[in-house]
Design a protein around this ligand. Structure first.
Ligand SMILES: NC(=O)c1ccc[n+]([C@@H]2O[C@H](COP(=O)([O-])OP(=O)(O)OC[C@H]3O[C@@H](n4cnc5c(N)ncnc54)[C@H](OP(=O)(O)O)[C@@H]3O)[C@@H](O)[C@H]2O)c1
Length: 235
């Protein structure tokens, strides 16, 4: 399969890339992130560990529409079928509506919503023509539930869930699957330095395992939602 993963150098995106990388048959992995050194190092590591996988990478800021378009153009130039798109790039900045910094909402919407919206729109014609593919949108428990420190992040993730649900309805006749992924707290760089016990929350690999499993269902089955929480519940 050819698999595009945004925000793939760390955290959940990285775990998803590793999960598909482990597959014996080998896949094409097309990864992006902003920090070129970290992305390059991870791509080389992945290629070394899984020689059957073909790892390609592109440095871009998914919060900027012109860079999203450049990423899409770069991928489309490979002229391969897009089987799995994981709209994962995103950022968590805690805050509350009443006192978060000016511009917080704009920033969260750009990185958490526009990233997925613009990339999906750029590659959809290609997928619709092929009448195949599977799109995963990395929402959050914060897409389902309000928190007192959810603020702009939670608003942007509610919006992403709205995007994902609408896309699911639209894409049914085109044979394109759409899955909204709603993880609770999962230990990634976002949590390092928080003082939280990694054993209290999920592992990035838990989320990756579910996305991997959903991508291998029969053609006639679509896992519409994946909701994952730590065993002890939300923090
Ligand atoms: N971890 C959790 O508990 C949790 C729970 C629910 C939902 N999520 C969602 O899962 C996704 C991944 O979170 P994570 O915890 O894995 O985060 P993370 O550990 O901070 O990793 C984020 C990844 O995305 C890249 N990235 C960030 N901003 C980007 C941008 N503007 N353009 C391109 N790449 C960008 C980062 O690389 P660069 O910094 O080099 O760009 C990195 O590879 C996010 O959408 C997040 O909201 C996470």
């Amino acid at each position: 399969m050819n698999i595009v993963i945004t925000g793939a150098s760390k955290g959940l995106g990285r775990a998803i890339a590793e999960k598909f990388g482990e597959d014996k048959q080998g896949h094409g992995l097309f990864l992006c992130a902003r920090n070129s050194e970290q992305l390059r190092a991870f791509a080389l590591e992945l290629q070394g560990r899984f020689p059957r996988t073909n790892v390609q990478y592109f440095v871009c800021d998914m919060s900027k529409q012109e860079e999203v378009q450049a990423f899409a153009n770069w991928f489309l130039a490979f002229n391969v079928k897009l089987d799995v798109l994981v709209n994962n790039a995103g950022q968590f900045i805690p805050g509350s509506v009443h006192n978060e910094a000016a511009g917080a909402l704009e920033k969260m919407i750009e990185v958490n919503l526009y990233s997925a919206y613009h990339l999906t729109r750029a590659v959809l014609p290609h997928m619709m023509e092929a009448r195949s593919g599977h799109i995963f949108n990395m929402c959050s428990i914060a897409s389902l539930q309000a928190y007192s420190n959810g603020g702009a992040y939670s608003i942007s993730k509610f919006a992403l869930a709205g995007f994902s649900k609408n896309l699911r309805e639209e894409m049914k006749p085109y044979n394109i699957k759409v899955t909204s992924v709603y993880p609770g707290a999962s230990y990634t760089d976002s949590w390092s330095g928080s003082g939280i016990d990694p054993k209290r929350i999920m592992e990035a690999g838990d989320v990756a395992a579910m996305i991997y499993a959903a991508s291998y269902l029969s053609p006639q089955a679509c896992m519409e939602e994946i909701i994952l929480r730590p065993q002890l519940g939300d923090l």
